[in-house]
Write a protein that binds this ligand. Structure first.
Ligand SMILES: Cc1cc2nc3c(=O)[nH]c(=O)nc-3n(C[C@H](O)[C@H](O)[C@H](O)COP(=O)(O)O)c2cc1C
Length: 197
């Protein structure tokens, strides 16, 4: 049983990945096994050419297949999720997300494209078989501030992430008999996923 976290931003210092890391840390601390995957983990040529038969795509499909829940984060680019993330999703099987709990996370420059979660992100996740898609968490750049070696996340955003993560943890605990989530006060999180309590 694993939880897969997919980071769909090409940026090295990424707000959406920071939110993903925040969510992952909470699940990690609660004892859930996590696998992480970022755009940079896959060969760019395989992504650009849609190399479905390649070794990287095969491995990607195995990792996704083994996950019970998938957290997927993306920046909003031109009113939708990133093209880079789409190239990853393009390498999956048609029903790759069937039976999995899915949490979409996105950050955007403003609230103008808040609904991209609904009209852009979720239809693609649904087309991949996902039927249990949580409401999703959207935050603006003002709410997720990059600082020297980390990121400051507004309390409201933290709360929404925690609520979503706790739903995932409760669901997995019930269905897979895992220990229930303990509450941790997560402090500042570095961009590489380290956190201070
Ligand atoms: C090429 C590009 C296109 C963007 N398009 C939008 C957009 O259409 N709507 C929006 O709200 N923000 C847009 N943004 C801003 C990003 O979504 C925002 O800065 C986001 O937090 C970046 O996430 P990241 O740090 O994880 O890459 C765009 C940024 C870039 C670089």
């Amino acid at each position: 049983m694993t939880i897969l976290a997919i980071a769909g931003s090409p940026a090295e210092r990424s707000r959406s990945t920071a939110l993903l890391n925040f969510a992952v840390q909470r699940l990690d601390l609660a004892g859930f096994p996590i696998q992480r995957l970022g755009l940079r983990d896959l060969p760019a040529e395989d992504l650009v050419t849609g190399n479905y038969m390649g070794a990287a795509a095969k491995q990607l499909r195995e990792v996704v297949d083994s996950a019970d829940a998938v957290l997927v984060a993306s920046p909003i680019y031109k009113a939708s999720f990133s093209g880079g993330l789409k190239t990853v999703l393009d390498l999956l099987d048609e029903r790759a997300l069937a039976g999995k709990l899915v949490l979409p996370i996105a950050t955007g420059g403003s609230t103008a494209h808040l609904l991209a979660l609904e009209y852009g992100f979720k239809p693609v996740l649904s087309a991949l078989g996902a039927r249990h898609i949580l409401a999703g968490v959207y935050a603006t750049d003002k709410q997720v501030r990059l600082i020297d070696d980390g990121v400051d996340i507004d309390d409201d955003v933290r709360h929404r992430l925690e609520t979503s993560v706790d739903l995932i943890a409760d669901h997995l605990s019930r269905t897979l008999h895992r220990p229930r989530l303990q509450t941790y006060d997560v402090g500042r999180i570095a961009l590489d996923g380290r956190l201070s309590l």
